[in-house]
Design a protein around this ligand. Structure first.
Ligand SMILES: NC(=O)c1ccc[n+]([C@@H]2O[C@H](COP(=O)([O-])OP(=O)(O)OC[C@H]3O[C@@H](n4cnc5c(N)ncnc54)[C@H](OP(=O)(O)O)[C@@H]3O)[C@@H](O)[C@H]2O)c1
Length: 316
């Protein structure tokens, strides 16, 4: 059987780890997974979760998306440099008022989330084009469609990813390549914990009182509640992505959380762009009690959302 090779970035934790394990455990053994991470000293958890697939359908390799040499070394180590499915997952977050963030911090986010993808494709796309075969899957975010309060730089990095992929998609089609943006809403991973803890430590002295208060008493106060109500698990995202890579005609965009879809739909409902901004403003500042009650109500609806996931027939 012709096994497809899958290269995934950022597999030391969260979505990347869940993806690697899920795809390596594919019942029909359709994939050979190269699960990569920038620091292989962190591979213990993945090795444990991979179980018997380790050394069979899953191999762990070093790859830092911020280092072109590391990308080249990893791709060169794969037989015939053949990657059938590339899953660009590595990423980092940043929250807070921009006046309290250094340009270095902001550049690190862009360098990882956006230029990390660009570096990967510079290394992998030419081979895919030559073979006229391949699927590029990018773990984007609903924040690649819609900005969220105090996520200015992170959302900008995901918007960059979306614009880049939308431009590339037409060319990809010419080479018979598929390109898919996976757009999760909140997912409960290390990412969420790290970002929140960094947020708590933010030195707010450069911000005015109103902004500092908004960040601490509105944004951070609701942060956990939003993840608890709307948050998916990394395994949910892995399940969606597994289905996407086994679908005959994968879509260009795929949102994983249909509880979040009404929010992103607002964007398309008003070409002026005021509707989502006004709605977010009212939700946060004028109807915060209703907003919180809705989040609690949504918790109860979560099971329904899982049941409604359906992407059509997987490939045989
Ligand atoms: N969690 C969410 O709410 C959420 C929602 C939507 C989209 N996403 C996206 O999902 C992706 C995965 O995030 P996650 O939630 O699974 O977070 P996570 O658990 O923090 O995982 C992020 C992964 O990226 C890796 N990484 C960071 N910089 C890297 C680099 N330069 N080279 C290679 N790997 C690097 C991390 O490695 P280290 O362990 O070495 O740091 C880690 O393995 C990200 O692109 C994120 O933007 C997350």
């Amino acid at each position: 059987m012709d096994q497809k090779t899958v290269l995934i970035t950022g597999c030391s934790s969260g979505i990347g780890m869940a993806l690697a394990v899920r795809i390596a455990k594919d019942e029909k053994k359709r994939f050979k997974v190269y699960a990569t991470m920038r620091n292989p000293n962190k591979s213990e958890k993945l090795a444990e979760a991979a179980g018997r697939t380790l050394g069979r359908t899953l191999e762990i390799k070093q790859l830092d998306v911020c280092d072109e040499k590391s990308i080249k070394a990893c791709v060169d180590s794969i037989p015939n440099r053949r990657i059938d499915v590339l899953i660009s997952n590595a990423g980092m977050g940043l929250i807070g008022p921009i006046e309290c963030q250094s340009l270095e911090e902001m550049k690190a986010v862009m360098d990882t989330n956006f230029f990390g993808l660009v570096r990967l494709l510079k290394g992998i796309l030419p081979d895919m084009k030559r073979r006229k075969r391949g699927h590029i899957v990018v773990i984007s975010s609903v924040m690649g469609i819609q900005g969220i309060l105090f996520n200015d730089i992170y959302a900008a990095s995901k918007f960059a990813v979306e614009g880049f992929c939308e431009s590339l998609a037409v060319q990809a089609l010419r080479f018979n390549l598929n390109l898919t943006l996976i757009e999760p809403g909140p997912v409960i991973t290390e990412f969420e914990r790290k970002v929140y803890e960094e947020g708590l430590k933010t030195d707010l002295s450069a911000a005015d009182k109103e902004t500092a208060n908004m960040f601490t008493n509105v944004y951070l106060k609701n942060y956990n509640q939003i993840f608890q109500s709307l948050g998916q698990t990394p395994e949910d995202i892995a399940k969606h992505t597994h289905k996407i890579i086994t679908t005959n005609k994968p879509p260009f965009r795929h949102q994983t959380n249909n509880l979040y879809t009404p929010m992103t739909t607002l964007k398309y409902a008003d070409p002026n762009g005021d509707l989502p901004i006004d709605t977010f403003y009212k939700m946060v500042f004028e109807h915060d009690k209703i907003f919180n009650a809705s989040l609690n109500f949504i918790k109860m609806l979560r099971w329904g959302s899982r049941k409604s996931f359906n992407l059509g027939k997987p490939q045989q």
